[in-house]
Design a binder for this molecule. Structure first.
Ligand code: FSX
Ligand code: SF4
Ligand code: F3S
Length: 356
């Protein structure tokens, strides 16, 4: 049952028009950050390439990542799920269960050797007793399914960093995918949950160019994790002007002032929420009045309580002082860059010592 039809043929067979197809390609090109003149590249790829087979594994998670992906709107979820990828196995969405579901994993591994992508949602317990899938430990199942994969996508903060299950005292010994899979490219897409369009973008890039997108030092797709929330925040002008919400029911809150003093972690959080927004670009936490809790950053559950301010930028001696406007702005910006640099260096060191 090898996929023979192209993505375009799949789209047309499902009753969509060529106009719908071109709209989908234009939306994909925008998600990839390509300019309008390059839409043709996406169109050509979708006209000639076949769907990417995907095995979607669920480990220790809350299913929020699947929920987020199902609501992906750019392009429409049904297009992503049914046309660009061929979702061969998913514990939440697959119709078959039991032995039939197991058989579909086996079939994909044999027939699409070296071609399929494994998406992992949730962390993996070090202690096998905490999660068994079809009689195998989660770790064994992951290793097994990734054997013939082209690449692995750690989708969500749990599979990227350990997430909620790894929060202190981490009773299951939860670890991220990268602690287990060492012989395949692992793309890290953090967020609790992540923005669905980021995964769409990664897969569209793979289909269009035949290679994975450029990643940063932590394995995240650079195009989506290069900015801090603070850099693109719609409330940033209030931060710069020194106008802050002091309590959630005060006048500043009604005016939409900056949420830094009520715990916003935007100055130390790398994600695309402020640019892409959620639910088809409608809003994101800060826009709807909630401080960013840094859900795409490592160990964010333990960096709380959520309402505590980012008093000191990790890895530096710099303190954000919102009362000293101007100096604080410059300080925070420099500190953000410095923190990223310091963490990069730390991470490299860790990697080097691991590799030895
Ligand atoms: Fe984790 Fe995803 Fe947070 Fe939940 O599955 S990233 S707890 S939104 O669902 O893994
Ligand atoms: Fe926006 Fe938070 Fe930065 Fe204020 S502190 S500007 S609310 S990201
Ligand atoms: Fe998460 Fe902050 Fe975005 S809490 S959803 S990274 S605004």
């Amino acid at each position: 049952m090898k996929q023979e039809k192209t993505i375009l043929q799949e789209v047309l067979d499902r009753g969509f028009s060529r106009r719908d197809f071109l709209k989908m390609c234009t939306a994909l090109a925008a998600t990839l950050g390509l300019d309008y003149s390059q839409t043709n590249k996406v169109v050509n790829a979708m006209e000639t390439k076949k769907r990417v087979p995907v095995i979607w594994l669920q480990m220790q998670d809350c299913t929020g990542c699947s929920e987020s992906f199902i609501r992906s709107s750019q392009p429409k979820t049904e297009s992503v799920l049914l046309e660009m990828i061929s979702l061969e196995y998913s514990e939440v969405l697959s119709a078959p269960s039991g032995h039939y579901a197991e058989k579909s994993i086996k079939d994909v591994m044999e027939k699409y050797k070296g071609e399929y992508i494994v998406v992992v949602e949730g962390s993996i317990p070090s202690n096998d007793i905490y999660l068994m899938i079809a009689g195998k430990s989660a770790r064994k199942e992951l290793e097994h399914v990734c054997e013939n994969a082209a690449a692995v996508l750690a989708y969500g903060s749990c599979s990227s960093w350990g997430g909620v299950a790894a929060a202190k005292p981490n009773p299951t010994g939860a670890v991220p995918v990268t602690d287990i899979i060492k012989n395949k490219p692992v793309i890290v897409v953090p967020g609790c949950p992540p923005i669905a369009e980021v995964m769409t973008g990664v897969i569209a890039h793979y289909v269009t160019f035949g290679v994975l997108p450029e990643l940063d030092h932590l394995g995240r797709p650079k195009a989506f994790y290069r900015h801090r929330i603070h850099d693109k925040c719609n409330r940033r002008a209030y931060f710069d002007a020194g106008l802050f919400v002091e309590n959630f029911d005060d006048e500043g809150s009604k005016q939409g002032y900056c949420l830094y003093k009520v715990g916003c972690k935007g100055p130390t959080t790398y994600n695309s929420c402020a640019e892409m927004r959620w639910n088809g670009g409608v809003s994101y936490p800060i826009q709807s009045g909630n401080p960013c809790i840094g859900c795409s950053e490592k160990d964010f559950w333990d960096n709380g309580p959520f309402f505590t301010r980012v008093a000191k930028i990790p890895g530096t001696q710099t303190t954000i002082n919102p009362d000293v406007v101007g100096a604080a702005v410059v300080g925070a910006t420099i500190a953000g860059v410095a923190a990223h640099g310091a963490l990069t260096a730390l991470d490299k060191k860790k990697k080097e010592s691991k590799d030895k």
